[in-house]
Design a protein around this ligand. Sequence first.
Ligand code: ZN
Length: 236
Amino acid sequence: MDGVDELEAAWRELRTTSKPGVSLPHLAADALASGFDSPSLRELAGLGFRDELEARRLLPVVLQELGRDPDLAVDPTDPRSQVVPWAVVRTQLAPDLVHRAEQALAVVRRDLAPIAGRVGRLTLFWSGRSDDDGDPILEVGFDDEPFLGSWCGDPQEFSSGVDLPHLVQLIAASTQECIMETFQSYWPTCSLHRRGLHLPDWDSGLGDSGWPAWHCRAAPGHDVALVGGLTEAPLY
Ligand SMILES: [Zn+2]
């Protein structure tokens, strides 16, 4: 493999795993050393260890400049290759869907506030696909980085074609999963019993309040707060 083949392989890997197994600036430097050259290749080679996001953004540009088609480097059957940041996709979706999704996101962000310094800012992504009803399938990530799954779990995607309370529940559930996989910790927890809280089962509905609640299963079980009200309005 020459230097560019390795960059292409890294690009393929990036679309299927959350972490590249290699240093992109390193590969770019190798490609430069073996005689390839382009403005973005030089830029990529000059990036530091901490510029991972910037390196990911640059990589498809590099491949294009070197005459490779980044789309061909991606396995088109792999749904992970199509994830689109919310900031991009929100201008293309129906306004009422965008409004509902952003409302629901804001609700879940309220509950995340106490740990936002650790996990980052919760954001939405479009998976690039829609469900059978044509509603976009969404997923979550932190700090504009989609959670692309890990060795033990795929991201929990969800359809946006539900009402606000159900969308809140789906985003909260997906966020729980993402935090569990990415940070290896339970969120949120019951401060009384120091154990992880649960959302209602999808099939059992939302109960009298019509809004999902965080439930602690410590016997006999109690609802701790409605989702979005975790920090200010405990129910116990
Ligand atoms: Zn409890």
